[in-house]
Write a protein that binds this ligand. Structure first.
Ligand code: SAH
Length: 220
């Protein structure tokens, strides 16, 4: 079966993508680097062909194994939140999923490390990363709650699934000046949190209510 092309036609065309970018602007995304990345990055290659026509709607979409790919607005907000505060050397992503957020982040980091607990999802995400020629990404099948200790410390850590409480291991793996963006809390009561490690200690900000799948322990 042929795959939809990167440029796309009809519902995956440049005009459709421009409309998504416009919508993100209206929703408060101001970082032009992030908006440009959303515009050039094909989202339809991350979902089943049957869903490709919905890939540029600002909505979460199913990716199998009971998981969803995050809504573009939330991917943009998290990326923007991570970029604020200085350049990103090493970045750790937890919950690769389909790899869309990974592809969003790749040009903004020197090195990107991405951990996923569901093996088949990770395999597909790796294929897409190859297809998009993301050369600075390393993937790992594992429990992201533990971080990636051998590569720590990180200038940025971003979690795409919500733990009930702040995962201490991730906080410990933050470099000086590093930012951790993580949704925290039980379903229906999650807040997007940004922790920044400063000389004076850990600084905590709440970036508003969000709805993520739970961060699960172990691997699948
Ligand atoms: N940004 C991804 C979001 C996928 S949903 C995307 O747009 O596709 C969150 C992902 O986190 C799921 O794929 C889920 O399997 C994964 N996940 C949940 N708990 C995890 C853990 N402890 N370690 C690694 N990945 C985890």
């Amino acid at each position: 079966m042929s795959r939809p092309s990167h440029t796309g036609i009809g519902m995956t065309s440049a005009r459709t993508r421009d409309r998504l970018v416009q919508r993100l602007r209206e929703q408060g995304i101001t970082d032009l680097r992030v908006l440009e990345r959303v515009r050039v990055l094909p989202r339809h290659i991350f979902v089943d062909e049957a869903l490709a026509s919905r890939a540029y709607e600002d909505t979460a979409l199913p990716i199998g194994w009971g998981q969803t790919m995050s809504q573009p607005l939330i991917v943009a907000r998290m990326t923007e939140a991570l970029l604020q505060g200085g350049p990103l050397g090493k970045v750790l992503e937890i919950g690769t999923g389909c790899g869309y957020q990974t592809a969003m982040l790749s040009p903004f980091a020197e090195k990107l490390f991405s951990v996923e607990r569901v093996e088949p999802l990770l395999r597909k995400a790796k294929e897409r990363a190859l297809e998009l020629e993301l050369r600075n990404v390393r993937f790992r099948h594992g429990d992201g709650m533990k971080g990636w200790p051998t590569q720590a410390p990180f200038d940025g850590i971003l979690a795409a699934a919500a733990p009930l409480t702040m995962p201490e291991a991730l906080v410990q793996q933050l470099a000086m000046g590093g930012r951790l963006i993580v949704p925290v809390g039980p379903e229906g009561q999650q807040q997007l949190i940004r922790l920044t490690r400063r000389e004076s200690g850990i600084h905590r900000e709440s970036l508003g209510p969000v709805a993520f799948v739970p961060l699960l322990g172990g691997i699948a």
